[in-house]
Design a binder for this molecule. Structure first.
Ligand code: PSU
Ligand code: MN
Length: 304
């Protein structure tokens, strides 16, 4: 049921640096067709830093780790026709031979199985606003709690309740390290989020933190990388997007893609450009950390 690309297998066998990438952002995070370029950019950035990209998705009855360019195109053009596949959906999607775009949570589940320790995305899921009346907590968080992997993101998506998300991350023992920042970025904004639990200055430090956390029996970690370009004054548009989703009865898994595409349209493409850029930058940083971690393991002479 699982097929790992040869290049990825070779790297994992030799304890080389591998970075998992997800396909939900490819299918659901950008307008039709655009996501393939975003995915290819992210893969290029991983390679440029000296690591092997392992983009995960469900195709033709198999969970695939490592996709070809034309397969990425299939996800990008499928858009909402592709299933959004979190941890609970993986088996059903594969068994029913549906096209499945894996979320961070779904990708982490496969990473755990494959032994991949690093993942990059745009913004992880978390506690949605309005949880007081309708609890909606992304499965990304639960999967981070059980998977020994380091995820690089631009903090937590600003359409969420970011301080509630930070509290849940703390409850689950998930370190949230700011990369050259003391506070969590808010996806499209470099600052303004809750305080980070640690501050990191270099990829080497991030690798050492991950190795230490895993040595102590910890599981997932988040490294929050502030976006280079911030999009100013988005909060009113976010509120409008969430209200529009409620009005149209958009709920559950559909909320995040709906609001992202609302923002991409209403911001005149500013969020789209920023999103594209931050995904590539996060992929590059995850790869640098994966490379630093592989070097650390080589220096001590055993797996970390
Ligand atoms: N980052 C982006 N765009 C996205 C996502 C992350 O820049 O579309 C996706 C990830 O796949 C993440 C998902 O797992 O959003 C979270 O969805 P939800 O809130 O429904 O759990
Ligand atoms: Mn949800």
């Amino acid at each position: 049921m699982i097929e790992i690309a040869e290049e990825v297998q070779d790297a994992l066998r030799g304890s080389g640096p591998v970075v998992a990438l997800e396909t939900t952002l490819v299918a659901h995070g950008f307008p039709s067709g655009v996501g393939a370029g975003v995915a290819l950019d992210a893969e290029r950035r991983v390679r440029r830093a000296g690591a092997v990209p392992a983009t995960v998705g469900v195709l033709d009855g198999r969970v695939r780790v490592g996709l070809l360019e034309r397969e990425l195109e299939r996800f990008a053009h499928a858009g909402s026709e592709a299933r959004k596949v979190g941890p609970r959906d993986l088996a059903a999607c594969a068994v029913q031979r549906a096209l499945g775009a894996t979320t961070v949570g779904g990708t982490l589940m496969i990473s755990r199985l494959a032994g991949i320790r690093f993942l990059a995305t745009g913004g992880v899921g978390g506690v949605h606003r309005g949880w007081q009346t309708q609890p909606d907590i992304s499965a990304d968080i639960a999967e981070l709690a059980r998977t020994p992997a380091l995820v690089v993101s631009s903090g937590v998506k600003s359409l969420l309740d970011t301080s509630a998300t930070a509290e849940v991350l703390e409850s689950l023992g998930i370190p949230v390290a700011g990369f050259r920042t003391n506070e969590l970025p808010l996806f499209y904004a470099a600052a303004g989020g809750p305080p980070a639990s640690a501050r990191l200055e270099t990829a080497d430090e991030a690798a050492a933190l991950a190795a230490g956390h895993w040595r102590l029996g910890g599981r997932g970690l988040l490294v929050a990388n502030p976006p280079v370009e911030s999009v100013a004054d988005l909060e009113p548009l976010i509120e409008q997007g969430l209200a529009e989703a409620r009005r149209r009865g958009v709920g559950g898994q559909a909320v995040t893609p709906f609001v992202l595409s609302f923002l991409h349209e209403r911001s005149g493409g500013r969020t789209l450009d920023a999103n594209r850029r931050l995904i590539a930058d996060n992929a590059g940083l995850a790869a640098e950390i994966a490379v630093a971690h592989a070097q650390l393991a080589r220096a001590v002479g055993h797996r970390l």
